[in-house]
Ligand binder design. Structure first.
Ligand SMILES: [Zn+2]
Length: 212
């Protein structure tokens, strides 16, 4: 195993524990994946992200077949559909984090703009979030729905389920997921208030300066 892969395995476990310890991924929910030379590392099925073992992480090949380690997460197809449309993505984080899930449940949400541009960091790290309709767990047609939007959006919110966020590397994907969760929390706090959002010009300037 390369030194890079060894380090990446440790990093996945470290971030998993950090997310778990802060209540961002309770129970055995959530999963993390990262690209390696010969496929992907994924967190195992039914694993608690707070207690991952670097040696037991699942490794899958380019087609998603398990090569070594424990059986991969049942949601591995979500990750693989995102990677298929985003060749530059190095890692993906999927959580059932409370505030993001809460926003995904709100009725009458614009699927092209489920959270408005409240802060500059949200625009810089998430860009434009896409809301996908509800699919039952394990419904493989969700893979097609993700593929349809993943080329244009590196962050998607699955209705009544949670966010899936890609990044160029693991820390970028984790930090973007955390930014989304905190922005969802702010957005919920501000519901019913009159808001002064970033203007379209301010958003366009950020997209230009910090392409995501
Ligand atoms: Zn999930």
């Amino acid at each position: 195993m390369s030194a890079t892969e060894t380090r990446l395995r440790e990093e996945i476990c470290w971030f998993g524990k950090s997310l778990y310890d802060r209540g961002l991924t309770p129970g055995s929910s959530g999963n993390i994946s990262a690209r390696v030379d010969d496929g992907w590392l994924m967190t195992p099925t039914n694993a608690c992200l707070g207690r991952l073992d670097p040696a037991a992480l699942s490794k899958v090949d380019a087609k998603g077949n398990s090569i070594s380690g424990d059986k991969p997460t049942k949601e591995s197809f979500l990750h693989l559909s995102m990677y298929a449309e985003r060749p530059s993505a190095g890692a993906i984080v999927h959580l059932h984090s409370t505030h993001s899930v809460a926003v995904s449940v709100l009725a009458d949400t614009d699927p092209e703009n489920p959270i408005p541009p409240i802060t500059a960091y949200y625009v810089m790290k998430i860009g434009k979030l896409a809301l996908l309709p509800y699919y039952a767990p394990g419904d493989l047609t969700l893979a097609n729905a993700v593929r349809e939007v993943a080329g244009r959006h590196h962050a998607v919110l699955l209705a009544n389920h949670g966010p899936v966020v890609a990044g160029k590397d693991l820390s970028t994907a984790v930090y973007a997921t955390e930014e989304l969760e905190e922005t969802a929390r702010l957005y919920l706090m501000l519901r019913g208030e009159r808001l002064r959002l970033l203007t379209p010009d301010q958003v366009a300037e950020l997209h230009l300066k910090y392409p995501s």
